[in-house]
Design a protein around this ligand. Structure first.
Ligand SMILES: [Ca+2]
Ligand SMILES: [Ca+2]
Ligand SMILES: [Ca+2]
Ligand SMILES: [Ca+2]
Length: 245
């Protein structure tokens, strides 16, 4: 879909809800959440709509896919080991690895553009916060410290910032934070729930979902917070904003 709302393309046609489409870095594949057989899985299909694979194919709930920058792996969240963890898996469905191994709920991975860091959400310190996992060392760094829910991080294309949603202002709004946890800036301020931020490829806009019009629509805001547009204004629910590449 273009930023002006044209060229909306239906990518899946399953009986269950298919949400959160995420294009691969080369644009050739789409990863998405779906429910093919009674539990949530991550599917990967060809961008032209030809059949793909059930990437996870596990009785647990598997979702929230995020591609590695080189397109060879996908990070996702699953409770297959008893609580939510972040996993890596080959883009062909091989060799899932538990990255977080923590009794708290760890979810919504976002793979950084340098390939070396994964942002995620966890309640391991008592409430939902944004964390960064350094893949080589295994070190986990906490970026937020608010008593409210902070969640759903998304790396900027230049790797310098993460967008996230937070209820710290009394309702869910979109914020950005530098990758070292400094410089938090609030981009939206609306009583509706603004969430699931996604950066435009040029890093100038952040799209997000909001129910501010009474149903779920996709909006975008300029990163300086001065402009808000609504590419979709559809009476049906829109979920999972994702910029094409
Ligand atoms: Ca599953
Ligand atoms: Ca966990
Ligand atoms: Ca928090
Ligand atoms: Ca809001």
């Amino acid at each position: 879909m273009n930023a002006d709302g044209t060229d909306v393309v239906r990518l899946t046609d399953g009986p269950a809800a298919d949400t959160n489409p995420v294009p691969s870095p080369d644009g050739q594949h789409i990863a998405f959440n779906y429910d093919p057989d009674g539990n949530l899985d991550v599917g990967v299909i060809h961008a032209d709509g030809s059949p793909g694979i059930n990437l996870t194919d596990n009785p647990a709930a598997d979702g929230a896919p995020s591609w590695s920058p080189d397109g060879t792996q996908i990070a996702f969240a699953s409770d297959r080991d008893g609580n939510l963890e972040i996993y890596l898996i080959g883009a062909d469905g091989t060799d899932p690895v538990n990255l977080t191994n923590h009794p708290a709920a760890d979810g919504t991975p976002s793979w950084g553009p340098d390939g070396e860091r994964i942002g995620f959400t966890s309640n391991r310190d008592g409430n939902l916060e944004i964390y960064v996992l350094h893949l080589e060392s295994g070190a986990v760094e906490r970026l937020t410290t608010s008593a409210a829910a902070d969640m759903g991080p998304a790396w900027s294309p230049d790797g310098r910032q993460l967008a996230f949603s937070s209820a710290r202002g009394g309702h869910l709004d979109i914020y950005v934070v530098n990758a070292d946890g400094s410089g938090i800036v609030q981009l939206t301020d609306d009583p509706a729930a603004d969430e699931s931020p996604r950066w435009s490829p040029d890093g100038r806009y952040i799209s997000f979902t909001s129910d501010r019009s009474g149903n779920q629509d996709i909006y975008s805001v300029t990163v300086d917070g001065l402009g808000l547009t609504s590419p979709t204004n559809n009476p049906a629910a829109d979920f999972g904003a994702s910029w094409g590449r």
